[in-house]
Design a protein around this ligand. Sequence first.
Ligand code: ZN
Length: 284
Amino acid sequence: MFFWKMRGIQDVYSATKKVVDLWSYDSKTVLYSSSIGALVFPVSLGLIQHIVFRTISIANGHLLAPVLGLAAVGLSGCASAIAVTEASYRLRVKQPNYYYWQDEPAIFKLPKPYILDDKDWKLLAAYFIGTVIVFKVFRGRFASVLPSTVKSPGAFANEGIVGSHRYAHKSQRQKIVQIGQKFGCHTCGRKWFIKSFIADHQPPLSLSRNNKTKKYLLGLLRYPKVQQKLYPQCVRCSLKQQKHLQSPGNYSEVVSHASSLRIYHLFLPLPYIWAFLQDVLNHL
Ligand SMILES: [Zn+2]
């Protein structure tokens, strides 16, 4: 049993070494096209956020936000995978005499999933699922790829503290600054070059005060009490919130945050990983 395991590990090791030796020959192409894919992923997510979600005013607090976010992540992953494949074909350096010991590696036969026949759909589905898994492994939340709204906890609202209907006191404000430095503004996600974070009440104080006056529905049922929470917010988003609450018709409640990048915006070059695994399996 142990011997079999050793053999198995040795086989994987020697196959991987062979493949790595072969691959290192075209490392520049792999590097450049992977960089293009890594760029396409957040750009595509940002475009979907601006063009689709912002236009139809669906934000991160929406009931369907997790499902829509998952779709956006998966589709952006497919777009990136296609970009990687296309770039790898265009940047490739031809080395016909190099493959002396075997067939061409799978990397040089990467399928271009644009024609959309049966196989392409399967491959695109694999890229879609692969991207969604990677996004989750990096602890991304699907709803957070949708824009924020100033009327509820934003796309970057990770940690908040329990507040009251009064303004935050000093120790609460200090804690909020610490959370802000770690997670950024809960609405737009910015955290660099921001000197101070404001303790933002959610739901906004003016809205919950309005609700306080109508404690009873039809004089009988008590409205459920809304728990107030405090989140760090930057001055720019705080102003947007004020403007919207004062004049909802003139100022939108939706704030997009396409340029606030996090670790889960990292795209792994899935076409190469797919080709690499295929080579290792073929050479076992
Ligand atoms: Zn902000």
